[in-house]
Ligand binder design. Structure first.
Ligand SMILES: *[C@@H]1O[C@H](CO)[C@@H](O)[C@H](O)[C@H]1NC(C)=O
Ligand SMILES: *[C@@H]1O[C@H](CO)[C@@H](O)[C@H](O)[C@H]1NC(C)=O
Ligand SMILES: *[C@@H]1O[C@H](CO)[C@@H](O)[C@H](O)[C@H]1NC(C)=O
Ligand SMILES: *[C@@H]1O[C@H](CO)[C@@H](O)[C@H](O)[C@H]1NC(C)=O
Ligand SMILES: *[C@@H]1O[C@H](CO)[C@@H](O)[C@H](O)[C@H]1NC(C)=O
Ligand SMILES: *[C@@H]1O[C@H](CO)[C@@H](O)[C@H](O)[C@H]1NC(C)=O
Ligand SMILES: *[C@@H]1O[C@H](CO)[C@@H](O)[C@H](O)[C@H]1NC(C)=O
Ligand SMILES: *[C@@H]1O[C@H](CO)[C@@H](O)[C@H](O)[C@H]1NC(C)=O
Ligand SMILES: *[C@@H]1O[C@H](CO)[C@@H](O)[C@H](O)[C@H]1NC(C)=O
Ligand SMILES: *[C@@H]1O[C@H](CO)[C@@H](O)[C@H](O)[C@H]1NC(C)=O
Ligand SMILES: *[C@@H]1O[C@H](CO)[C@@H](O)[C@H](O)[C@H]1NC(C)=O
Ligand SMILES: *[C@@H]1O[C@H](CO)[C@@H](O)[C@H](O)[C@H]1NC(C)=O
Length: 840
């Protein structure tokens, strides 16, 4: 008989029972139970209704059981319930709001139930709630003002939910508040004051959308505060100086905000307990106050990405014996790495050193820094060789020496733990260094590396996802071994002198490949028709080679990511090759992503580099012809949908299907041998801003539908065989005449020749089809070009055989009649025209 039993404490005992069983067993045998504590007992759900009988229950602890069920409403009927702990229970459904209103409830822990939805009610007054733990659930909605009335509330954890709206300023009344974590929500507005919460020790409001200035008075008199994280918001104004005066403060993280002004001076540095000071990615100015170097307990000092200026001697950090992380990158600082006082202790044992863009002229002496695992010296003026002692930093995982003036490597860089090696943009020469065995990221681009890619390079690539050799002087073929990698996402070999065929295994076997950039090399032969069904390519840049043959049909397999990643980049740049054949319908089908655009996004260019990992990005450099200018979008992977097939030998008509790719932003089909009419379906490309069909053999009239392309700002239809009226009353008429030059019979604005002109109407009256006319532009422009405007009036006549004879006979008379003031010139013109006619 267990009826007298009031507490059941079985935490951690493997009971492995189904909800119906354990609940019924409990409710029938333990009617008077007050404390039910069965965390981590492998219990399954649901919470059976039979439990509703246990009206004496005061404490329920079932955390860490996979209940996979909703929270039942009847829990709100326990009139004595003080603690309900259900964290990590795979709860789902909507949490009953009535439970929040239980007058007796002091502790509610629902954290880590990511499928549990819910929102707060208006809280009744006189509730007993002390601890409210909802981190990493799926709660949403706002915090009601009435939360400020929960006088006993001391611990609030709401991290990783979807809460919106302001943090109610009534929370300033929570005098018992001790621990506050509102991080990773969508809170907006300003931060209330916590002055009245004298016992506050922990505040984390990071990763929200909070903004505004933080009055210094907000933090006055808080003598227990140890942890403050306001990072990843949009706070501005000065850093509240009262915050720095809190004697108990150990960690202060204000990164990724808009704090400006100077770093305040730290009072009481000698007694400071500050261990972490992260002010990175703000707008702080001026010099680093010397008081910072008196914070002897500092472990982490991160000041990167501000506007700090002045000169700093690296040996100043000798006063910070426990410093393990130093970040000064991307300021306007000059860090002097030379010198150091031999009487002083040596530099602390640093683990992370970030000195990018610090105007360093030499390597800091890191010879004995055996704990160093992250070293960023990029974007400095460091000259000479990469010192041999770097090979002795055996814990090094991240080494970034890019953007310096380095010429040689004194030692190998095959450190066993090296994950990320970035040497790009130096003057390194010779053969490429053999990377470490388990390296993930290798950037050797923009150096003077020459010779061949080592044939066994692929043997080092079991875990490599990024490999760039772009902009070097490498020659020879791509070694087959490269295909043995199974992780590669980005392979960039562009701008070298590599030759031979593209290994078909590269296309066929590396199923992970997202970016393949081989442009500007000497690759020849055909593109292997081996794109696998699971092709995930996002960027394929093969331009500037000598590739031949047809666009492979299997390229149609490269659809997946584009379909998944709606609206993302689809640049297929095949320009400047010798492709021939019909403009491939099949190929167009690969860009189904383009069809997703439509009315969804009017944001035409979004810079959205391919995020790899650890904050690393691959940023493509893509040449696009945009608004008539050839732009190199250096190191930027745009999300820009463009198709560039220019300067090949594509023939046949433009497929009508192209009208389906309605997210297309730029379309360049120029310099091919395309024939037939401009498809009217182009009028469906509502996002189109740039259309270049120039230098083809397109015929017929310009379809009226092009007039509906309201974003079009570049149009080039020149040098085709187009005829008839340029669509009237449209934006198309606002383009310059250059957009239309070199066509046989176009008329109407912006061309000076009116369509009503008798010559034109006689020549191109109805059908507009006028094939077979031979044009000799050159002689016309030579003959008449210097007479302003004149050429434009007369030129179109040249292409109409019937009128040509008439023209030569009457040219003098016509010109003279239109421009009497040109009398003299017209006479000499006439003589030359006669000469030309004889030449014909
Ligand atoms: C929890 O249980 C459900 C249903 O029994 C099961 O589908 C799910 O995989 C389990 N989750 C975990 C994390 O064990
Ligand atoms: C809660 O108790 C009330 C009255 O005691 C009852 O009417 C209601 O049905 C109960 N709710 C649940 C969900 O058991
Ligand atoms: C979270 O809740 C929202 C509705 O508020 C729902 O759309 C979403 O699917 C939920 N997420 C999860 C992971 O359950
Ligand atoms: C937030 O809400 C959105 C949309 O309702 C949902 O997709 C997302 O999963 C939610 N996020 C979290 C962390 O619950
Ligand atoms: C704080 O509480 C006092 C007294 O209960 C009340 O007058 C005041 O309005 C509250 N402040 C806020 C911001 O809610
Ligand atoms: C702060 O905490 C102490 C001890 O934990 C307690 O005695 C004191 O009342 C609290 N102060 C306030 C203002 O709540
Ligand atoms: C801070 O941002 C607010 C808007 O959020 C603006 O009104 C205010 O002027 C800014 N203050 C400073 C010092 O930039
Ligand atoms: C540095 O850390 C060590 C070990 O954690 C500690 O004993 C020492 O007091 C610290 N030094 C300073 C100046 O805080
Ligand atoms: C640093 O910047 C401040 C203003 O931001 C300027 O007044 C000062 O002259 C600068 N100091 C140096 C050494 O450039
Ligand atoms: C950096 O400081 C120099 C003077 O030291 C100044 O000329 C320059 O404008 C500053 N640059 C920026 C971006 O503030
Ligand atoms: C790399 O992978 C290949 C084949 O998957 C395997 O034979 C080789 O042992 C691996 N190398 C290392 C160092 O793990
Ligand atoms: C897609 O790849 C498979 C081989 O995985 C191939 O058989 C098929 O022909 C390819 N599809 C196209 C359209 O080429």
């Amino acid at each position: 008989n267990l009826t007298h039993l009031t507490e059941l404490l079985l935490d951690g005992v493997n009971i492995s029972a189904h909800g119906n069983d354990w609940c019924k067993a409990l409710s029938s045998s333990l009617p008077n139970i007050k404390v039910l504590s069965m965390s981590n007992c492998y219990l399954s759900g649901p919470l059976d209704a039979s439990l509703a009988k246990l009206q004496s229950l005061s404490i329920i602890r079932l955390s860490g059981n996979n209940l996979s069920a909703p929270v039942p409403e009847f829990l709100a009927n326990y009139s004595k319930l003080t603690a309900l702990q259900l964290s990590s229970c795979q709860l789902n459904g909507i949490f009953p709001q009535a439970i929040f209103q239980l007058p007796t409830l002091e502790i509610l822990d629902l954290s880590y139930n990511k499928f549990l939805q819910g929102s707060f009610p208006e809280f009744h007054q006189n509730l007993s709630l002390r601890t409210l733990l909802l981190s990493n659930t799926n709660f949403s909605g706002t915090l009601p003002q009435s939360i400020g009335g929960l006088q006993k509330l001391s611990r609030i954890e709401l991290a990783g939910n979807n809460f919106t709206g302001p943090i109610p300023n009534s929370m300033a009344n929570l005098t018992q508040l001790f621990y506050l974590d509102l991080s990773s929500n969508k809170f907006t507005g300003t931060l209330p004051s916590f002055r009245k919460s004298k016992n506050l020790t922990y505040v984390d409001v990071s990763h929200n959308q909070l903004k505004g200035e933080i009055p210094s008075g907000h933090w006055e008199g808080l003598r227990s505060l140890t942890y403050v994280d306001l990072g990843y918001n949009a706070f501005n104004g000065s850093i509240p100086s009262s915050l720095l005066a809190i004697p108990s403060l150990q960690k202060l993280q204000l990164s990724n905000n808009r704090f400006g002004g100077q770093i305040p001076v730290f009072p009481n540095v000698s007694s400071s307990l500050l261990d972490t000071l992260d002010l990175s990615s703000n707008k702080l100015q001026g010099s680093i106050p010397s008081s910072v170097f008196g914070l002897a307990k500092l472990n982490v000092l991160e000041l990167s990405s501000n506007k700090l200026n002045g000169t700093l001697q690296l040996h100043w950090i000798q006063t910070l014996p426990n410093l393990t992380t130093l970040g000064l990158s991307y300021n306007n600082l000059t860090v002097n790495a030379s010198g150091g006082n031999s009487n002083m202790p040596s530099l602390p044992q640093i683990k992370k050193l970030r000195l990018a863009s610090c105007d360093l002229g030499m390597f800091p002496d890191l010879r004995n820094q055996s704990k160093l695992f992250h070293l960023d010296l990029s974007d400095n003026q460091i000259t000479g060789p990469v010192p041999g002692w770097i090979s002795e930093l055996s814990l090094l995982q991240y080494l970034n020496l890019s953007r310096n003036l380095l010429v040689d490597l004194e030692g190998p860089l095959s450190l066993p733990g090296l994950n990320i090696l970035d040497l790009h943009h130096n003057q390194l020469r010779g053969s490429i260094p053999v990377p470490a065995l388990f390296i993930a990221y290798v950037d050797y681009s923009s150096n003077n590396f020459s010779s061949f890619i080592p044939p066994n390079i692929g043997n080092y690539f079991n875990f490599t996802f990024f490999f760039s050799l772009s902009n070097n002087h490498l020659r020879g073929a791509i070694p087959q071994s490269i295909c043995s990698t199974e992780e590669l996402l980005v392979l960039d070999l562009s701008n070298n002198s590599l030759s031979g065929a593209i290994p078909s295994c590269l296309i066929e076997k590396i199923k992970t490949l997202r970016v393949l950039n081989l442009r500007r090399n000497n690759f020849d032969d055909i593109i292997p028709d081996k794109f696998p069904r699971s092709c995930e390519l996002k960027t394929l840049d093969l331009s500037g080679n000598n590739l031949q043959g047809q666009v492979p049909k299997s390229l149609a397999n490269c659809t997946m990511l584009e379909v998944l990643d709606l609206g993302r980049l689809q640049i297929v740049d095949l320009a400047f090759n010798h492709f021939r054949g019909n403009l491939p319908n099949i190929c167009l089908k690969t860009w189904e992503g383009m069809m997703e655009g439509g009315n969804k996004s009017l944001e035409h260019i979004r810079y959205d580099p391919l995020k790899l990992t650890n904050g690393l990005y691959y940023q493509d450099s893509v040449t696009v012809t945009l608004k008539g200018l050839e732009l190199e979008l250096v190191k930027i992977l745009t999300v820009f949908t463009s198709a560039d097939f220019s300067s090949n030998n594509f023939e046949g008509p433009i497929p009508d299907a192209i009208g389906q790719f309605n997210a297309l932003y730029a379309l360049n089909l120029s310099h091919n041998v395309l024939t037939g009419q401009i498809p009217s379906s182009l009028g469906n490309l509502s996002q189109l801003e740039s259309l270049d069909l120039s230098s083809n053999q397109l015929s017929g009239q310009i379809p009226q539908q092009l007039a509906s392309l309201s974003f079009l700002s570049v149009l080039n239809l020149s040098y085709n065989r187009l005829v008839g009226q340029i669509p009237e009353g449209t934006q198309i008429q606002t383009f310059s005449p250059d957009s239309f030059e070199g066509n046989q019979g176009l008329c109407g604005p912006p061309l000076i020749l009116a369509c009503s002109h008798p010559f034109i109407s006689a020549c191109y009256n109805t059908s507009g089809s006028n094939s077979g006319i031979e044009i000799d532009w050159n002689f016309l422009s030579v003959e008449f070009g210097y007479i302003f405007g004149l050429g434009i009036v007369i030129l179109p006549l040249m292409f109409c055989k019937r009128w040509r004879t008439w023209y030569y006979t009457h040219v003098n008379r016509v010109i003279f009649r239109i421009f009497p003031q040109l009398d003299k010139r017209s006479k000499s013109l006439g003589r030359r025209a006669q000469r030309n006619r004889r030449r014909q």
